[in-house]
Design a protein around this ligand. Structure first.
Ligand code: PLP
Length: 315
């Protein structure tokens, strides 16, 4: 393992990520301005909201002298990968509790292989047990069974009260930037924090990448934990999950590749592509009034060279 970093190098405040306006006729036609907040450039190994959510937790783990980190995720989780990278950089042991014990006997996919290469110990659990991790005591049992009882626990997706405070900083960076600030949602933690940091009159819009309908309640509960009550003006645009988490149908793949060509930025497919598709669709159907400005938060970037194209991601 390489020499651990001084934590301050990883965890200190960073300059605001770049914000730029792009010209896109699909928005201009409706009098809407589109801006891109390049949070994918925040940190090379902990891009975007993963750095914003993890940094305050890593600080707490370092200050609390925990020996390691333990967290939860699915086989394609960007959060698991970011946690593994953070552990390597800070010299903290990491354990990842992974959904699906059927994966234990198979070769690791590129994402999990990256986690393992960063030194993360992977502990596969049955989906039924994984699902119960929200129940009182269940997470603790899973952590103990994974042999990580003394480690600093980070919830699935990294969304806890500290993480929301990290994401509120993203909102503060965008004060006055646009009328609407839009972000793709997994756990909703990023949206919940972002909304709290925006100025009055600005609206946060979340695009869930998985179907379910439970997200609004989850966001209210996260805001209650972090801020003691509702914070900011936010709403969700449902119906843009394209069949579920990590599904990338051919039409979405084509849209994302075209967006990359038009605007010269790498488009992460699991979250960012669905956000940009949703905004393009909403603009086309007149959901934004003429004269409005919309910022899309580019929360991450494609990390692994995905070997077999879209099908590999939907497996
Ligand atoms: C994890 C992730 C998200 C989802 O963030 P939540 O706070 O869980 O809603 C969005 N975009 C990218 C690129 C991610 O990796």
């Amino acid at each position: 393992m390489e020499r651990p970093l001084n934590p301050d190098v990883l965890l200190q405040d960073r300059p605001p990520s770049p914000l730029r306006e792009v010209r896109d006729e699909r928005f201009e036609r409706h009098g809407v301005r589109l801006l891109l907040k390049r949070d994918d450039l925040v940190h090379p190994e902990l891009p975007g909201n993963k750095w914003r959510k993890l940094a305050p937790n890593l600080r707490a783990a370092v200050d609390g002298r925990y020996r390691g980190l333990v967290t939860f995720g699915g086989a394609y989780s960007n959060h698991l990968r970011a946690t593994a990278a953070a552990g390597r950089l800070l010299g903290l042991a990491t354990t990842g509790i992974v959904r699906g014990d059927e994966l234990a006997g198979r070769p690791l996919n590129a994402s999990l292989a990256r986690c393992a290469a960063d030194g993360m110990r992977l502990h596969f659990v049955p989906r039924s047990a994984y699902r119960r991790k929200g129940e009182p005591g269940a997470a603790r049992q899973l952590i103990a069974a994974a042999g990580a009882a003394g480690a600093y626990p980070v919830p699935e997706g990294g969304s806890n009260a500290l993480a929301l405070h990290g994401c509120a900083e993203l909102g503060r960076e965008l004060r006055g930037a646009s009328d609407v600030v839009a972000v793709a949602c997994g756990t909703g933690g990023t949206l919940a924090g972002l909304a709290a940091g925006l100025a009055p009159g600005q609206r946060a819009l979340g695009v869930p990448v998985l179907a379910g309908g439970f997200l609004a309640a989850e966001i209210r509960s996260l805001q209650e934990q972090a801020f003691g009550g509702p914070a900011g003006d936010w709403s969700l645009a449902e119906g843009f999950d394209h069949g579920g988490y990590a599904r990338v149908p051919a039409a979405l793949e084509a849209f994302a590749a075209d967006f990359e060509d038009r605007h010269g930025l790498p488009v992460e497919r699991i979250y960012v592509a669905k956000l940009l598709w949703a905004l393009t669709e909403l603009a086309a159907t007149g959901a934004f009034p003429a004269g409005a400005s919309v910022t899309a938060v580019v929360t991450g970037r494609p990390t692994d060279p995905e070997p077999a194209g879209p099908l590999a991601r939907t497996a």
